[in-house]
Design a protein around this ligand. Sequence first.
Ligand code: 5GP
Length: 208
Amino acid sequence: MKPPRLGIAMILSGPSGAGKSTVCNLLRQRNPGLCFSVSCTTREPRNGEVDGRDYYFIDQKNFQRKIKNNEFVEYAEVHGNFYGTLKSEIIERVRAGKDVLLDIDIQGAFHIRESSKQYSLLEKCTEFVFLGPPSFGELEKRLRGRGTEKEEVIMKRLETAKSELDHWRDYDYLVINKEVEQTVKDLETLFDILHKSTKRLEDSGFYT
Ligand code: 5GP
């Protein structure tokens, strides 16, 4: 018999262009039992993005109301738009033993790390994974290859990415995204190992 355990909240973070969204999408497809924390954003949906699946696309007024109501674990302004992680996407799920995947930027991950110090449930459940590109040159190639952003936006993102790359040291795990299939396998293996951790086990009744 397995003892009851809390779920894992895996924070997948890294500079833009590291491939977080692609990796998250494939990981979700392959693991239907894995929950995904859908963030709120004030940015416009891109082609093919679906409200409620990729993001909750909300306006500034609604975003400010959610800040006031204390509905976010963290929120940040990224490249001129607001993004926020809802408490409701994480807390009840990990309590019920479900794993949750989060795709957030570096400052968001830092804020979650800080708030988890005050909140023992989050501290137990969160695992911080830095998804890095194989090199800076590769990151630039990927950002340009997307073709969805203007040069000005790309330059801004590259500048941010350069300073963000150094933050891998603040994370529990470093996964290099060279090839998406392998990266997804690496993350599945990591989940398997993390399931063996004793820190999320509830001690009541096991072996008694
Ligand atoms: P994009 O607009 O390309 O979808 O995302 C831009 C950046 O915002 C990405 O680095 C993404 O990881 C980050 N992001 C997405 N959701 C959140 C969130 O809830 N909080 C924070 N802080 N960043 C987020």
